[in-house]
Design a protein around this ligand. Structure first.
Ligand SMILES: CC(C)(COP(=O)(O)OP(=O)(O)OC[C@H]1O[C@@H](n2cnc3c(N)ncnc32)[C@H](O)[C@@H]1OP(=O)(O)O)[C@@H](O)C(=O)NCCC(=O)NCCS
Length: 166
């Protein structure tokens, strides 16, 4: 079973349709999440057929934190570690973006909770819980790759220094 996880561009109509299809199939009772915001991944089988998906958005409250907003794996493909692959892909990208934290929540979902535990997430109590009374909140501290300051900023800094010294 070779499953490949790819980061996808949701401006592509076929990708958008695939994400909507996967959301409907994996979470039939839930409202669709807006896929035009954030970062999205699709897991494909060896024939490049979609079998799972996941999304990540920047947290509303913290600049250096990503929120794992949604994920799903088609029924026949569950229990094969695909959600963990999707978690790892999101974590890798979050680090690339320089984010220091990932957060998520689960409600009545042992499989989702266990995959988060396997990937190193810990339970925590947010100061402003956003879910149901029994929702569980998860977070993971990342060792983000620090992005180098842009050349533009550096130049501006040097210019300011020269002007100040005159
Ligand atoms: C939650 C979901 C994404 C997990 O996907 P998956 O690819 O099957 O997950 P994984 O195989 O990577 O890991 C699942 C873990 O939960 C465990 N698990 C599976 N079913 C379980 C159950 N009924 N009770 C407890 N643990 C369970 C597995 O043993 C595995 O644990 P491990 O990491 O210790 O090995 C999938 O079940 C799903 O799509 N559910 C419907 C949509 C959904 O709930 N999405 C999440 C909220 S948006």
């Amino acid at each position: 079973m070779a499953v490949t996880v790819k980061k996808v561009d949701t401006r592509d109509v076929d990708i958008a349709k695939t994400l909507i299809y996967l959301q409907k199939k994996c979470l039939p009772g839930d409202d669709l999440v807006d896929i035009t915001a954030g970062h999205w991944w699709i897991a494909y089988d060896e024939f490049m057929l979609p079998v799972g998906f996941a999304g990540m958005v920047r947290s509303y409250y913290w600049n250096d934190c990503g929120y794992l907003c949604r994920a799903g794996v088609l029924k026949d493909w569950r229990g094969k570690g695909i959600q963990k692959k999707l978690l790892k892909a999101r974590e890798k990208h979050a680090k690339k973006l320089g984010w220091n934290w990932l957060i998520s929540d689960t409600t009545d979902n042992p499989a989702s909770s266990n995959s988060l535990i396997s990937c190193g997430f810990k339970l925590y109590d947010p100061s402003k819980p956003w879910g149901f009374k029994h929702t569980l909140y998860w977070r993971k501290k990342l060792n983000a790759v620090q992005r180098p300051r842009s050349k533009k900023k550096k130049t501006r800094g040097i210019l300011e220094e020269i002007l100040r010294s005159k």
